[in-house]
Design a protein around this ligand. Structure first.
Ligand code: GH3
Ligand code: MG
Ligand code: MG
Ligand code: MG
Ligand code: MG
Length: 318
């Protein structure tokens, strides 16, 4: 038993830190009308590696929360504020911040059970009693960081295709929706390229499914290394891939598409018992005035892809 205790304390520091650590400087919003408390909490958290922004009333806090550039991961709020109370602030905050989970700690001198329950029921995740104790504050923020790290991990899993490591269609559609409205607003060109591996079934049939998977991974690698950072790509379906090229005319996209077509045709995939080549067929489309959203654009690109298949494959139809 004694040795176990020793072991667990030896282990506990690195293990806990692994989950507690604040990977990207998480931003914390500290709301309190007492300047001394704001300064104190800010100092404690800054020393821990957090980036702190402060507000001294509800309205100011909500303004900051509404500004997407801050992306607050934590809010530590006081109960009594000059223009309202922390309970209402938390309710509003939950409504305003929806793009990610914000961990909320209520800090107050109303530390009785009834108030604690009210705070939790209004949407707080945790509770901190005043006077603020540094170790308690840090411990509670770290507990929150574990939850947030878990969210990050799950989001990453949901957004990444296991086989190829490419973004999934779900995250692709989310990102494209933003790009689509930006292109509309500023009248920027945008192109959509969708491609499908030619006769891929044969690879599976001849070399087996594992070999097929390996070919898919290799194609995905070539694809990912052929795009710019601003391009949005995904594994669209089984052996279909899609790219949205912002600020790219269809003439420019055609050149890019032809380049990737040649690159893939020239790629030799080394399997256990063979070396194989595959070709791809591509469809290219750009937004037309009658299109409403991404699905219309993809539909046109998809038609072009089918035409490329019927015309003999290993080619682009725009
Ligand atoms: P075409 O040139 O008309 O596209 O012919 P094709 O054989 O590529 O087209 P088809 O749609 O008939 O076949 C696609 C195949 O892709 C069928 C499916 O089993 C295979 N496939 C889809 N997803 C995966 C995967 O994750 N791994 C492997 N190994 N194969 C997959
Ligand atoms: Mg107060
Ligand atoms: Mg097919
Ligand atoms: Mg195919
Ligand atoms: Mg297909």
């Amino acid at each position: 038993w004694k040795s176990l205790v020793v072991k667990s304390t030896e282990l506990s520091t690195p293990t806990v830190q692994q989950f507690d650590s604040c990977p990207i400087r998480s931003r914390v919003l500290v709301v309190d009308d007492d300047k001394l408390i704001r300064t104190l909490i800010s100092e404690f958290l800054t020393r821990e590696g957090y980036e702190v922004v402060t507000a001294d009333n509800c309205l100011q806090a909500l303004d900051l929360l509404e500004d997407p550039k801050h992306e607050f991961k934590f809010m530590v709020t006081d109960w009594e504020l000059p223009d309202g109370n922390g309970i209402d602030l938390i309710r509003h905050a939950r409504h305003v911040v929806q793009s990610h989970y914000m961990y909320i700690v209520m800090a107050t001198s109303h530390g009785d059970r009834e108030n604690l329950t009210r705070a939790l029921n209004s949407g707080a995740d945790d509770f901190l009693t005043k006077p603020i104790d540094r170790s308690e504050l840090i411990a509670r923020i770290r507990a929150g960081q574990r939850i947030l790290n878990l969210e990050t991990r799950l989001t990453q899993l949901a957004n990444t295709d296991v086989l190829t490591g490419l973004p999934t269609r779900r995250v692709f559609e989310e990102l494209v929706a933003k790009e689509w409205s930006r292109a509309q607003r500023y009248r920027l060109p945008l192109s959509c390229v969708i491609f499908d591996i030619d006769f891929f079934k044969r690879i599976n049939d001849i070399h087996g499914h594992a070999a097929g998977d390996q070919v898919l991974r290799e194609i995905a690698r070539v694809f990912a290394s052929s795009v710019r950072k601003s391009d949005i790509i995904c594994r669209y379906g089984g052996e279909e891939f899609c790219a949205i090229l912002p600020e790219t005319s269809s003439a420019q996209a055609y050149i890019w598409a032809d380049n990737i077509r040649k690159r893939i045709a020239a790629t030799e995939v080394i399997l256990d018992a063979a070396v194989v080549n595959v070709t791809i067929s591509l469809g290219l489309a750009e937004p037309l005035s009658e299109m409403e959203d991404l699905s219309d654009l993809i539909e046109v690109a998809d038609h072009c892809l089918l035409e490329a298949k019927s015309k003999g494959r290993n080619q682009i139809v725009a």
